[in-house]
Design a protein around this ligand. Sequence first.
Ligand SMILES: [Fe+2]
Ligand SMILES: [Fe+2]
Length: 287
Amino acid sequence: MAGMTAKRHARTIFAGLTTPLMNHSPPFGAAHVLYDSPDHKCLSFSSLVKGDGVQANQFLIIHKGHAAVIDPGGDLTYTPLTIEISRHVNLKHLDYVIASHQDPDIIASMPRWLMHTSATIVASRLWARFLPHLASSFVTDRLAGDVSERLMELPDKGSNIPFGDTVIKAVPAHFLHSVGNFQFYDPVSRILFTGDMGASMTDDADSPVTDFDAHIPTMRGFHQRYMCSQRVIRLWAGMVREMDVQMIVPQHGRPFAGKAMVNCFLDWVCELECGIDLLTPLDYRCP
Ligand SMILES: [Fe+2]
Ligand SMILES: [Fe+2]
């Protein structure tokens, strides 16, 4: 792992907004630089899942001494991710661990973040009563207060999460795919971190999509099965089109960089029948 990862140089993938960092050496390590300015950084980690788990990206936003992790994953990624994050910020100073939804590849590591950092866990209010089931009494007995005191519950309509002198916008994406689902918009980088929306199953999650048509087969099956309905997708896409989104960065696979590619994705996904659109009585027969 060390060989592959150490040799993978961080690089900027959105040259229009960022300082070029081609061929950058460690301390960036396994980080992939999505955005970089003196006061603000967005980093992606795409190579930390080993073994049978599905490829997943984890994200770190740093702003003037503040730091937030988005969709850190489970036990599988906790240790390598904290090693990587520690290259950039002191874990003790982490402000937030933010979860788009409740899945194992999103937030199963919550107990470890509770134990080893003072970060606030941010998630939909729909999951606030369920997430404490992840934390054993071994963990909760060692916390200063209740788990609920460490949770920030997001209301269905979303909210602005305070982040130093800026915010991280929690944007509603319910039923895409989880019933209580948020995406996170960084107004500085203008990146929308979309969780499972836009996910692709590919070996190369670092580089942005260049040939959209060739990329479709890596997304179609996942979106048809995991996303709930075309009607919801269109509601969501209408909201995103009103926003200033320069990059869509999903939690699996490759990002969509630049407005032209963002629009390619929105146009495609709006035409995709999925979830309940595709179900018939044949799908509900007792085996
Ligand atoms: Fe998910
Ligand atoms: Fe996922």
